[in-house]
Every structure is written in C-alpha cells, then in structure tokens.
Design a protein around this ligand. Structure first.
Ligand SMILES: C[S@@+](CC[C@H](N)C(=O)[O-])C[C@H]1O[C@@H](n2cnc3c(N)ncnc32)[C@H](O)[C@@H]1O
Length: 325
C-alpha cells in the first residue's frame, strides 16, 4: 500500500502530463472519458488510500471477504484484475498477499505508484471489449467505480467474459443515499422513506449534497441505483452463481463507542472531507452556478463538521462465481 515513503503518485508520468490529464475547474481529470468527472489527482489518491484502509478495518484486517483464497490457491499462476484501481491500494495489497499471482490494475488515469510485480494499464472500462482474452482472470475486483460506467449490465457481462469458469467477481459499491446509524457494520438495516425524511429535517445540507450528486450523475448517464441492485444485476447476466450479498452500514464521524467502528467512522469522515470539494468539477460542468455549488458544498461541510445526528452510509458488497457452463 502506498505510504509516506512510497514514490509519489503519477510515477509513470513525466513533467508534461497533458496526454493523460486535463484541468477542469481547478482539478485534474482524466482525458479518456467524459462521464467520470471526479478528479484523478493526489487528493483523490489520498482519498482512495483512506477508503482502502477503512475497508481493511471493516474486513477485520483482510483485503476482501469471501472465498478469494480458494480461487487463487491451486495450479498454474493465478491472475487478479482490479477494475478502476485508482491509486492502486487494493492491487498493491493483493500483490503483497499473493506474490506468485499476476496482478493487473486498470484505470482511466496513471495515478498509481511504480510497484514491482504489478502492471497498471490505462483503459476506459465503459468501452468494450476490455483488452484481455476470454477466461484470462481468476479474480476480478471492482470497487467504488460504478459512477464511471454508464452501462453497468454490459460491464458485468464483460467481467463474466474475462473470468475463467469458477473464477470470482468481488464488487463493492457505497450507496448514494445517507442512512441512519446502526450499532454494528456487519448487520444489515432496512432504511424506510420515513428514516430518510428524519435525516432530511436534521441534515439538510448533507441531504442536498447527495441529491445534487445523484442528479448530476443521472445527467451523466449513470444509473445511481446500481449499488443496491448489484446482486440482481449479476443474476440477470445469467453467467454467475452462488451470489453472496454482505451489505452493511458504515458510520461517518466520531460517534461510535466501539473502538473498531470508531476507526471506521473516522476514516469515512476523512474520506468525505476530501470527497466534498472533489464534487466541484462535476457540479459546475452540469451547469450549476458557482455560487450555488459553493453553497451546497459549504452546507454539507458544515453538516459533516457539526453533525446533529449520528451519520452513516450504506455499503453494498457482493461476490459470485462465474458459472461453469
Ligand atoms: C472512487 S475511485 C476508487 C478507486 C479504487 N477502486 C478504490 O476503491 O480505492 C474510482 C476510480 O475508478 C476509476 N474509473 C471510473 N470510471 C472508470 C472507467 N470507465 N474506466 C476506468 N476506470 C474508471 C476512476 O478513474 C477512479 O480512479
């Protein structure tokens, strides 16, 4: 995992990085696709590293949940693909954990450090085919990246093509709706519209930010309901079996009493601290006036810094095997 001593992000890029990045409203964005309008810069690398650490706490020190070891343990050299790898934290952790595996990370932008035994490739995963042969990978991981994929069902069919029969897909997507808290991240909770209403009264700025984010994503052609439907979407391809859903709530901030949950809450809070200003290019490019964008982000920051409720966010985690026939 990149640390303070790691080589800087952008290790693959020279002085002139204009072939890989464009600047939009003061932040660096990718040049490969116009759908994904979150920045791909050092703050986003920092954010994705925080998120990786957060999930390691959620997974009790592991890099995944599910039968990953089983699909990687026998026979020939195993191959792992990380789609939308960001700063590459997960791919690096997997290369460390499975030193004999070939690990490939793919993203829209070269924001990964150099790392021995790891290959990082540039590719728009919203365009098909993804340039690997059928059945090439044993494990495919895609985390927090549905907001750059307009046609998620086709994306899943492409994952099925790239996996060998019996190979494993591991999908993790945070919800785009804030939810009330629960006491244990591993226990699912149902959120009713009444719950959502009560948050709305308490945390208007927070709610408005998420509503604005969802509307902008819809205008970008993104299906914002993908996270809550991962299992159905996998099932609809007809190419996966033994689909396991492990959804849960992640606390935001400093309210949990449990030590592990408190760490998770702090990391999620730190993630959001970077996430809120990162939304600016998307909001502005969807035509929201600058003063309104500032107001929306400032109010959400106020709700993050001075929360009046115990905030949570919902996380959707699914794994499934590629069918044998
Ligand atoms: C929020 S970051 C998550 C990074 C990493 N998966 C993690 O969990 O830390 C989303 C990443 O997905 C990448 N991404 C989004 N849409 C993509 C697309 N269509 N093709 C390739 N990468 C994409 C972005 O460039 C960004 O680095």
């Amino acid at each position: 995992m990149p640390s303070q001593n790691s080589p800087p992000a952008f290790a693959y890029v020279g002085e002139d990085d204009s072939a890989y990045f464009r600047v939009l409203h003061g932040r660096k964005l990718n040049v490969l696709n116009t759908v994904y309008l979150l920045p791909v810069d050092e703050d986003e690398v920092k954010r994705s590293d925080r998120y990786h650490r957060l999930l390691q706490f959620v997974f009790h020190g592991h890099n995944y949940i599910g039968p990953v070891k089983e699909v990687l343990q026998f026979g020939r050299q195993r191959r792992i693909l990380d789609l939308g790898t960001g700063g590459g934290s997960w791919a690096i952790a997997m290369a460390d954990e499975f030193p004999r595996a070939e690990v490939v990370g793919v993203d829209l932008a070269p924001i990964q450090p150099r790392y021995p035994s790891l290959v990082f490739e540039l590719c728009d995963l919203d365009q098909y085919p993804i340039p690997y042969p059928d059945g090439y990978f044993d494990l495919i991981h895609a985390r927090s990246m549905h907001t750059g994929i307009r046609d998620y069902p086709s994306f899943l069919r492409e994952i099925a093509r790239l996996l060998r029969p019996g190979g494993l897909v591991h999908l993790i997507e945070p919800d785009l709706y804030p939810v009330p808290p629960i006491s244990n991240v591993s226990s699912p909770v149902v959120t009713s519209s009444a719950d959502r209403g009560s948050i709305a009264r308490e945390q208007r700025g927070w709610i408005e930010l998420w509503e604005t984010y969802r509307s902008c994503l819809r205008l970008q052609g993104i299906d914002v309901s993908v996270p809550e439907h991962l299992s159905d979407l996998l099932s609809d391809t007809g190419q996966f079996e033994k689909i396991v859903v492990q959804d849960g709530n992640i606390p935001v901030g400093f309210w949990p009493k449990d030590e592990n949950l408190l760490t998770v809450g702090q990391l999620q809070w730190m993630d959001y601290e970077l996430f809120l200003p990162a939304l600016k290019p998307l909001f502005l490019s969807r035509g929201i006036p600058p003063s309104q964008v500032d107001r929306i982000i400032n109010l959400a920051q106020h709700d993050l810094y001075y929360p009046t409720t115990c905030q949570s966010t919902r996380l959707h985690i699914v794994h499934a095997f590629k069918r044998w026939c």
